[in-house]
Write a protein that binds this ligand. Structure first.
Ligand SMILES: Nc1nc2c(ncn2[C@@H]2O[C@H](COP(=O)(O)OP(=O)(O)OP(=O)(O)O)[C@@H](O)[C@H]2O)c(=O)[nH]1
Ligand SMILES: [Zn+2]
Length: 316
């Protein structure tokens, strides 16, 4: 085989075409060319395995193609449990976590998604849908009090009753960015995507049919252009329910939870775990019934539970 020099690699790359991964299923993916053409591609090998959001170099072969190379990633958003690592998407600007007044959301899952986003340096946004359901909404809004003070606040929505106004409010946050949308089932993720990308449901059907050669299984992750010229895109991905954080060290946790991080540097011991140490300023800041504090009891409970879980997690 000819020796691979930087020049020969460049010459080979020049013969390849650029593409953006817009959907994936199993080992194959759908890529979009800069001209907007879409085609199914297969990875050349393990190294060219790609995820939605990846920029790739590919080569046509009859009516399909081969992914020859995945360009280096700005970030990769993923989860990891005892058994496996699962990627959501790559090269994200932000993650929008959509929860609703009903069904009741899990604060634990929300906290996990936020921690994961911070670990990858991806801006998290939270929206609370179904503000028209007044009583459950009030309850959920109150549960989100610690989150309204952190990150970028919480955006209230009512996608089915004030869709137009909500679309405008969302656009302020989404314009020109690539946003991964996550949320528990029933929160209104499909409603949100169809509101911002009219016809998205039809497109999804077509994509999953193409990727599954006619079988009706849903694709795992899909890219939607909200405004191609402005570079505004949404990525729809399932998997909010089982959000494994086994890639995070327990001692990293405090830095990834802003309300805990705020006080973590003030403890007596530099390597304080904030679980039991004397002089711990995190513990001192936890709010209780008879003591005001800037850290909500629910947040500290999540910190403790996650710390224990990650301490017991097998390391890869
Ligand atoms: N009352 C109320 N209902 C809403 C609102 N937004 C969505 N829904 C309803 O909530 C239900 C779930 O919405 P979907 O958009 O299908 O939710 P999803 O998150 O995509 O759920 P999955 O398909 O299970 O993942 C539907 O019956 C919607 O009509 C809202 O603002 N208010
Ligand atoms: Zn401490």
């Amino acid at each position: 085989m000819a020796r691979r020099t930087p020049e020969s690699i460049k010459a080979a790359d020049d013969a390849l075409r650029p593409g953006l991964v817009v959907a994936s299923h199993g080992r194959h993916c759908l890529i979009e060319t800069p001209e907007g053409e879409r085609r199914i591609c297969h990875p050349r090998g393990k190294k060219s395995q790609c995820v939605v959001g990846d920029r790739v170099l590919w080569q046509p072969s009859e009516d399909e193609g081969t992914v020859e190379r995945v360009q280096s990633r700005r970030n990769l958003f993923y989860r990891r449990d005892e058994i496996r690592t699962k990627s959501f998407a790559a090269n994200l600007d932000q993650v929008l976590i959509l929860v609703a007044a009903e069904p009741e959301f899990s604060e634990h899952q929300l906290a996990r998604a936020l921690i994961s986003a911070r670990a990858e340096g991806i801006t998290p946004l939270i929206a609370l849908n179904k503000s028209d359901l007044v009583v459950p909404f009030e309850r959920a809004w109150a549960r989100l009090a610690p989150y309204r003070r952190m990150h970028h606040g919480v955006l209230p929505l009512s996608l089915t009753s004030s869709g137009e106004a909500d679309a405008l409010a969302l656009d302020k946050h989404l314009a020109g960015k690539t946003t991964l949308v996550l949320g528990p089932s029933g929160a209104g993720k499909s409603t949100l995507i169809n509101l911002l990308v009219p016809g998205a449901d039809v497109l999804t059907g077509e994509i999953s049919q193409a990727l599954n050669s006619g079988r009706h299984t849903t694709t795992s992750t899909t890219w939607y252009w909200v405004n191609r010229n402005a570079g505004t895109a949404l990525i729809d991905s399932p998997g909010f329910q089982e959000f494994g954080l086994h890639h995070i060290e327990p001692t990293q946790l405090a830095t990834l939870m802003p309300d805990i991080a705020e006080h973590a540097g003030e403890c007596r011991f530099y390597n304080c775990t904030h679980l039991h140490e004397p002089g711990c300023q995190v513990i001192a800041q936890v709010a209780t019934e008879d003591h005001d504090g800037s850290i909500a009891a629910s947040r500290y409970k999540i910190y403790r539970e996650l710390f224990e879980e990650l301490e017991q997690a097998p390391r890869f």
